[in-house]
Design a protein around this ligand. Structure first.
Ligand SMILES: [Zn+2]
Ligand SMILES: [Zn+2]
Length: 140
């Protein structure tokens, strides 16, 4: 894929040039707090396929060895990166200029789902943990 995205105020922009390894709704408490939303939808992208094209993100270390990137001006959650997995980054699918360009394939940390939504019939896999534990869909 070749898609662009960015934050609410436009100070930070990025480009994704490789297909996602997965697109997943994450229901962990860290994503919930970081976004202020019920869950965050992430595209896992090979690191070589992601670049910032405008501005610099602010960075918060939400756990040891883990970075969350967001716009320091408007607060939009943009990216998740872990030292232990430098070959991939997670990018928020909803910050794409065209979020419909991707299609979620599963839920991760599904045990954290809030009762507000019923995903039981959506046909997507509900993974107990993340892809690091379960592997990636489609063998990618
Ligand atoms: Zn911004
Ligand atoms: Zn999460």
């Amino acid at each position: 894929m070749d898609e662009t995205g960015g934050c609410l105020c436009g100070a930070v922009r990025y480009r994704v040039t490789m297909d996602p390894m997965a697109v997943s709704h994450c229901h962990c408490t860290f994503c919930r707090r970081a976004s202020g939303a019920a869950f965050l939808t992430w595209m896992t992208i090979p690191s070589a396929g992601f670049a910032y094209t405008l501005g610099e993100p602010a960075i918060y270390g939400s756990s040891p060895g883990v970075e969350r990137h967001f716009c320091g001006d408007c607060g939009t959650s943009l990216l998740f990166r872990a030292e232990a997995h430098p070959e991939e980054v997670d990018v928020t699918a909803a910050s794409l200029d065209n979020p419909a360009a991707v299609e979620p394939v599963d839920h991760v940390w599904a045990g954290g789902m809030l009762p507000w939504f019923d995903f039981s019939d959506d046909g997507l896999a509900k993974l107990e943990q993340a892809h690091w534990q379960h592997g990636y869909p489609k063998g990618k």
